[in-house]
Design a protein around this ligand. Structure first.
Ligand SMILES: Nc1ncnc2c1ncn2[C@@H]1O[C@H](COP(=O)(O)OP(=O)(O)O)[C@@H](O)[C@H]1O
Ligand SMILES: O=C(OP(=O)(O)O)[C@H](O)COP(=O)(O)O
Length: 403
């Protein structure tokens, strides 16, 4: 993989450099609640700008449906990037239209622009190679060189991640180099017991990785939204909790395989439930109760792991040598449902293990709950990306940089 330093040595002054970042930051309205992903890519952008490149920063944010949607605008991220760089950052209100073209044409050497959310264009995420390729062709017109540094999205076969680097001279940025360096160590020689904690809301994505993890981890602790598919598969009522019904048979097979191979697949024994999802904006006190995991009322949803589960999971982490954690185990954005996630973070800090926390929301949770980032071995900007890397899969966004 060509590094950004090699690119800089070739000279980038006056060149239009397209940086595919992952600026998919958590927002409350248009306020960024954690800017970790912007700070993580800042060194690459700053270095290119210092070297006189005309830097075009591109990213997705959230999952808009292939058309402009103001709720998913990258404008707040562009503003924050400008504050961090201490420079004016231009913002194009489209991705490949007249605003993007004019904004890029107006860049002077050393200036930075952010273009609008790539997923406002259906070509970005299309499963159709031709449609994705056509969008990549349009993006390629904006730039002379491509730098891949959106580690959080390298597991996506998307136009800006996979197809665009094939159309331009390319290199990997500093963030990708660092992330891959750390995760490589985890795949090469992992010290045991190796404990994986899985939670979050992207249930179908994450259920898929358990297949491989069953052959690698000694213990898998399940929390967050995916726990309810497991509890349901065990025959329990899960009320109105997140449930991936089409995955129930798959999950049953995982449980049977874990039993056979001696992998501990640990499920919550108690959960916090409520009749309604909490208000994350006002953070008004929630009306919840704690119930055993096999007694979730039909009209309620599980929103955090309960106190007995927190203790159980902490005990499963205490003697670990390696811990990988992706996905908050509860709706940590609301203080009443942050206890489980806080307990997991604390257990990682208290252990002597090499700990890796991965994922936009997991990393944000650790920081917003007040933990010191340095208390963890590595905080990765990618959740799904790091999980798939650890599985040993070929990641489209890395493979594209290698050729
Ligand atoms: N039981 C639950 N029900 C609904 N959402 C949940 C639950 N537990 C956690 N979440 C949500 O999961 C989200 C993070 O999921 P995900 O994107 O998969 O994690 P990451 O970004 O760390 O990979 C958080 O916004 C959190 O509120
Ligand atoms: O937030 C992200 O992934 P993560 O939640 O696995 O950390 C990335 O920005 C990828 O987003 P996507 O899962 O909508 O493709």
């Amino acid at each position: 993989m060509k590094t950004i330093d090699e690119l800089l040595a070739d000279g980038v002054t006056g060149k239009r450099v397209f940086v595919r970042a992952d600026l998919n930051v958590p927002l409350s309205g248009d306020t960024i609640t954690d800017d970790g992903r912007i700070r993580a890519v800042q060194p690459t952008i700053a270095k290119l700008a210092e070297a006189g490149a005309r830097v075009i920063v591109a990213s997705h944010l959230g999952r808009p449906k292939g058309a402009p949607d103001p709720a998913f605008s990258l404008a707040p991220a562009a503003k924050r990037l400008g504050e961090l760089l201490g420079a004016d950052v231009a913002f194009a209100t489209d991705t490949v239209g007249s605003s993007a073209k004019e904004t890029v044409a107006a860049l002077a050497d050393g200036q930075v622009a952010v273009i609008e959310n790539l997923r406002f264009n259906a070509g970005e995420t299309s499963k159709d190679d031709a449609e994705r390729g056509a969008f990549a062709d349009q993006l390629a017109e904006l730039a002379d060189v491509y730098v891949g540094d959106g580690f959080g999205a390298v597991h996506r076969k998307h136009a800006s991640v996979f197809d665009l680097p094939a159309r331009l001279p390319h290199a990997a940025g500093y963030l990708i180099a660092t992330e891959v360096g750390v995760l490589k160590k985890l795949t090469a020689e992992v010290k045991r017991p190796y404990v994986v904690v899985l939670g979050g809301a992207k249930v179908s994505d994450k259920l898929a990785v358990i297949d491989e993890l069953l052959g690698k981890a000694d213990r898998i602790l399940i929390g967050g939204g995916m726990a309810y598919t497991f509890l349901y598969a065990k025959g329990h009522e899960v009320g109105i909790s997140l449930l991936q019904k089409d995955q129930v048979d798959v999950v049953k097979e995982y449980m049977a395989r874990a039993e056979k191979t001696g992998v501990e697949l640990v499920l919550p024994v108690d959960v916090l439930v409520s009749a309604e999802f909490p208000d994350l904006k006002t953070k008004a006190p929630a009306d919840f109760e704690t119930v055993d995991a096999d007694k979730i009322p039909a009209d309620k949803e599980g929103l955090d792991i309960g106190p007995k589960t927190r203790e159980l999971y902490a005990s499963k982490i205490a003697d670990a040598e390696t811990v990988f954690w992706n996905g908050p185990v509860g709706v940590f954005e609301h203080p009443d449902y942050a206890g489980g996630t806080r307990a997991i973070a604390q257990a990682l800090v208290d252990s002597n293990a090499f700990t890796v926390v991965g994922g936009g929301d997991s990393a944000a949770a650790v920081r917003t709950l007040g933990f010191d980032e340095n208390a963890f071995g590595h905080i990765s900007t990618g959740g799904g990306a790091s999980l798939e890397y650890l599985e040993g899969k070929t990641l489209p966004g890395l493979a594209a940089l290698e050729v």
